[in-house]
Design a protein. Structure first.
Length: 135
């Protein structure tokens, strides 16, 4: 290499060094520019989320999840209430189709009967497909 080529290469390296120093200073001392940049990025992301419909879809999913959660919490609350009544000796007899009384040792046959229904099998198949697709 000639002297001029070396000086030119050295000048380019120094310019890159100065640019890197400026970027490092911006990271170490974030000024108003970085706050403005972050705000602009946030506005752009919000705009994209709204215009694409992603934000609406996400909020609908959250709303649906909350509905399911409310149903689940209500059901668990009712189960706890029934358990409390049974602990207090207030035994309520429940009969199933055919007039047979539900006994505490009948949960396995009841669960097996549930999983044999078409509805339950379809629900479980849909859940499995959703889990696999999301993975």
């Amino acid at each position: 290499m000639t002297k001029e080529e070396l000086e030119k290469a050295l000048k380019e390296v120094e310019e890159q060094r100065n640019q890197l120093k400026e970027e490092l200073n911006k990271l170490e001392n974030p000024g108003e520019d970085s706050v403005v940049t972050m705000a602009a990025s946030a506005k752009k992301a919000l705009h994209n989320a709204i215009s694409s419909g992603n934000l609406k879809n996400t909020l609908e999913k959250v709303s649906g999840s909350l509905d399911f959660m409310k149903t689940a919490v209500t059901s668990f609350s009712q189960i706890i209430e029934k358990a409390q009544q049974k602990m207090e000796g207030k035994v309520e007899e429940i009969t199933i189709q055919g007039g047979m009384t539900v006994m505490s040792d009948m949960w396995v046959p009841m669960v097996l009967g549930l999983i044999q229904t078409q509805e339950f099998q379809h629900i479980m198949a849909n859940m499995l497909v959703k889990i696999i697709k999301d993975a």
